[in-house]
Design a protein around this ligand. Sequence first.
Ligand code: IPM
Ligand code: MG
Length: 365
Amino acid sequence: MSFHIAVLAGDGIGPEIVHATVEVMRATAGRFGIDLRFQEALIGGAAYDATGHPLPAETLALCRQSDAVLLGAVGGPKWDQVQPPSLRPEAGALLPLRKELGLFANLRPARLFPTLSSASSLRLDLIEGGLDILVVRELTGGIYFGQPKGRSPDGQSAVDTCVYTRAEIERIARVGFEAARQRNRRLCSVDKANVLETSRLWREVVTEVAQSYPDVELSHMLVDNCAMQLVRNPRQFDVILTENMFGDILSDEAAMLTGSLGMLPSASLGTARSTNERTTFGLYEPVHGSAPDIAGQGIANPIATILSAALLFRYSLGQAQAAEAIETAVARVLEAGYRTADIAAPGEPAIGTQDMTRAVLERLL
Ligand code: IPM
Ligand code: MG
């Protein structure tokens, strides 16, 4: 059986880190006897320049035919002024890609690598013993997509609409509870139920879904309090379940606490292919952006993308051993002291993208 992987390198450092990751994926596939077929397509500013649209129809079609998508990053100053704004890489490629592919569940693990704990923005005593939070963010609903949306004809007002249906909340809640089951069995659902009607529905539905997961401890927290608790005592969290925009904000905050923003992977998943199959179609990308300031210099850190590939093996290909092999190789590379410039301590020597990739490859085999 062969798996088809759509490769969307995108902009900025995207091509460098994605091609490094494809090398790691090929080596991993070889070691575990997995047949991978890669096919590349354009996305983001690169696609806009070549075709006039940041998400060409062929790219979407390729993704639909694939088992999983590996994405680098999109956007950069070159395309910030593109008109209309709906053709900018972020709004014109990322959001419709998520929506069209039905990728409603965004998993953003924020894990502290012990060897990098001095890079955290928190005091060491707050993160001692490690930090391992999983943000489960709803990705295709809420204020990002609700209608009406837009500017009034006279330009004097604007509207965005936050909408959630029971069904949307229920399916993301299940993903959150299932994830908690694989971890420390604590789920904190974050909302703004003291103000928002959608949040009151959110809380109601999450509480109902919890009935099916008596082994998971559910708590509810208001989003402003959660933002505060994350910097006050982050170790209280295991899984954070939240809606689209709160998840956007809290996942950046959680990621920064680990000091490893440039190291964190993410997975965006749809529904399982069939009820008896555990794999789901998914899109995998680093949490960091396209870093146009360092693009093309060969110094970008490929680790977040390589770890995203590990998630791809786990969730979309059902190859947990291959995923672990990659994660272990990365951990060993860090323990051995290899650092790209973004994670090197002042005065510490740094290596480039290729050398970092080679170091991972050496530990895979
Ligand atoms: C993210 C990004 C995107 C989002 C932007 C680029 C549209 O911030 O993936 O977190 O808001 O979802
Ligand atoms: Mg974001």
